[in-house]
Write a protein of this length. Structure first.
Length: 335
């Protein structure tokens, strides 16, 4: 073999070897640049933890804000009735994907995109913080989500029993637990059934209460008595978790929350998925969709990171001695 041929052969082998380890540009970059991601949730600020987690997750996957993706963040400050208008505005603006947090925002995005004429061109929707996607009607099949919707479930119906167990552990003499939630939250129906099962096992009386207005919420909170405890919902509709937190600290009534976010603001205890981590997890789904994968080919995932958090300062305020087994098990402490 001549020197020229030998050199050419070596060059060809080198190129083939390089092709085995470097992904094609089509896989590394999204089909649209920059891709426009619309965000809709019921938060009170643009920097919701799931959104910040999404941005961080996309950066880790090589998608840079401004270069590869751009964000159009809309939030309704707890006003559920504003969701359809916000979702519709994002579709009209021509975003390439809608990212949602909580059930109401996800249903709004799903309903609005269902009116788009061509099924194959419906704007994809990736959700987070939906407690039970099947029970709430977000999807009918977790393994094969229909149409244009997939995402990350926060597993709230599965975790409600654990939160009740934690309340009973912290307050052994506990007898009555309230479950206060927004009446339009479809996940809550299944959650209450699971809570009743746990209450019977733990020897607790359960009082489920759905509210549809701020006035009903205020009246319900006035019915709480010393010796009671409260389970806060995940959804922030009507600002229910914040109101429960304030009532808990004022009346010195223990409350369990769905995320360490609330423990950081003074809540006694939480057991549930990390909001930021859900955004990071969802980033993988978002990136794959932007690179051409259909949402229906991406099964709904369960939240991967579940944390137990305890606020020791609040425990002192409520006269609660946190057992050693809880201290050893907790992922996060607040003092």
């Amino acid at each position: 073999m001549s020197g020229a041929r030998a050199g050419g052969a070596r060059l060809l082998l080198a190129l083939l070897a390089l092709a085995c380890v470097v992904p094609p540009a089509a896989e590394a970059q999204p089909a649209c640049r920059p891709c426009r991601i619309g965000v809709v949730n019921e938060a009170f600020a643009a920097n919701h933890p799931t959104v910040e987690g999404l941005k961080a997750g996309l950066r880790e996957l090589g998608l840079r804000e401004g270069r590869d993706v751009a964000f159009d963040v809309r939030f309704t400050e707890g006003k559920v009735e504003g969701m359809p208008t916000v979702a519709s505005a994002l579709v009209q603006a021509g975003v390439d994907l809608i990212f949602t947090s909580h059930e109401a925002a996800t249903h709004a995005a799903k309903d609005v995109t269902a009116t788009q004429e061509e099924t194959t061109k419906r704007t994809p929707v990736v959700f987070t913080l939906v407690g039970d996607p099947a029970a709430s009607g977000v999807v009918t099949n977790l393994a094969e989500p229909e149409a244009n919707v997939t995402g990350v479930s926060s597993l709230q119906t599965e975790l409600v029993a654990k939160r009740m167990e934690m309340l009973k552990t912290l307050v052994p003499g506990l007898r009555r637990v309230w479950v206060i939630h927004y009446g339009g939250d479809l996940t809550a129906t299944v959650m209450v059934v699971r809570a009743f099962d746990a209450a019977r096992r733990l020897g607790l009386d359960l009082i489920p209460r759905e509210v549809f207005s701020s006035q009903e919420l205020a009246q319900t909170l006035r019915e709480l008595r010393r010796g009671d405890a409260v389970l806060a919902p995940e959804a922030t509709a009507l600002d229910i978790p914040t109101s429960i937190l304030a009532a808990s600290l004022k009346a010195r009534i223990p409350a369990a929350f769905t995320s360490a976010l609330w423990v950081g603001h003074g809540g006694l205890v939480s057991y549930g998925p990390d909001y930021y981590a859900q955004g990071v997890q969802a980033a993988e789904l978002v990136a794959r969709i932007l690179r051409g994968t259909k949402p229906r080919d991406l099964p709904v995932e369960g939240a991967e990171r579940i944390d137990l958090a305890v606020n020791l300062k609040t425990a002192d305020l409520l006269g609660i001695t946190v057992p050693r087994k809880v201290l050893l098990r907790a992922d996060t402490f607040r003092r």
